[in-house]
Design a protein around this ligand. Structure first.
Ligand code: COA
Ligand code: MG
Length: 290
């Protein structure tokens, strides 16, 4: 599966921002037809996104398109227009039921079959941003075309009647729930947007908290957020070295028949080995070690 340490939104009708996005070496670019595009620009945005998919070189950046919610009345036309221009994936906002994912998946399936495209090539990511969406994750997360679960904090907060605070307590349960379901079904968990995009300190803290909760990437909305977020979701050189040393020590003790042992003042056993292996796996996925 692809890693998306940072997933950058660009409003679908803003050609100049899409052109800027492809120069930023960001893991994933999501051209947005939903809330980033005004209601009276939905049609022109669709045309701009198709043109971008056809004409621009995204290099290694993933090409995603966020359609409008299933039930908005726009989603079917958007899929029909966008799919022939071959995005890497479709992002479904405000996902609340697996039936919504199935509907989009069937349209993609028909497209792939009719056009002799590799089956399941075009992936789906869902944005979960309501109480109902969170409760239905058990079914949604298992969908075979699903690659990732994205947490939408602002809509979620509005939906449950909470108030956004700097501590983020009001979204902790939802964030951890998203991470848990993603882990259960081997999908990527992508954390909320930091909307205070002029505030690098908040971004750094929020990214670090997200990574420690188990998210492996984060949505972003501004070029200045690319580098700090991609760094926050890549293990540091020190973390990689510590993990490698711990794995080596574990293997040596294993040879001697010790399941648990003391290492730098701590008790080390199998779960700690798995945590160290996660660090190495993330570094490999990010291309930091081969
Ligand atoms: N993608 C690509 N380029 C972007 C960008 C984005 N999301 N946001 C800003 N830029 C570009 C600007 O066009 C500008 O380019 P330039 O220097 O070549 O002129 C540069 O980065 C600096 O931008 P800045 O002036 O600081 O911000 P802005 O006032 O132009 O835009 C926002 C601020 C919030 C409107 C803009 O960042 C944005 O549109 N973000 C995405 C919003 C979105 O898609 N929301 C829905 C999903 S949550
Ligand atoms: Mg939203």
């Amino acid at each position: 599966m692809r890693v998306r340490r940072a997933m950058l939104y660009t409003p679908g009708d803003e050609w100049t921002k899409i052109n800027k996005a492809i120069t930023l070496n960001v893991d994933s670019i999501c051209m947005d037809l939903e809330d980033g595009t005004a209601a009276n620009r939905k049609l022109s945005a669709r045309a701009t996104v198709c043109k971008a998919l056809d004409e621009l070189n995204f290099s290694k950046s993933e090409k995603l398109v966020r359609i409008n919610a299933v039930g908005s009345g726009l989603e079917m036309d958007e899929l029909r227009e966008i799919l022939p221009h071959l995005p890497d994936g479709i992002v479904i906002p405000k996902t609340e039921t697996v039936a919504q994912v199935d509907l989009v998946s069937k349209v993609i399936d028909d497209f792939e079959r009719t056009n002799d495209r590799p089956l399941n090539g075009i992936r789906i990511l869902v944005v979960v941003e309501s109480a109902l969406g969170l409760l239905n994750l058990r079914d949604i997360a298992a969908h075979p075309r699903l690659d990732g679960i994205i947490f939408g904090a602002e809509d979620f907060t509005a939906n449950i009647g909470a108030k956004r605070t700097v501590t983020g307590w009001e979204v902790l349960y939802a964030r951890s729930t998203v991470v848990t379901y993603a882990a259960a079904y081997d999908k990527q968990a992508i954390d909320m947007v930091s909307i205070n995009f002029r505030d690098p300190v908040t971004l750094k803290v929020e990214s670090a908290v997200g990574a420690s909760l188990g998210f492996t990437g984060k949505q972003i909305i501004h070029p200045s957020q690319v580098q700090p977020v991609q760094e926050a979701f890549t293990p540091s050189s020190k973390e990689i070295e510590d993990a490698a040393n711990l794995i080596k020590a574990f293997r040596e003790h294993e040879e001697l028949g010790n399941g648990a042992f003391e290492y730098e003042g701590k008790m080390i056993d199998m779960p700690i080995l798995k945590q160290a292996q996660n660090v190495i796996d993330r570094a490999i996925a990010a291309g930091k070690i081969l």
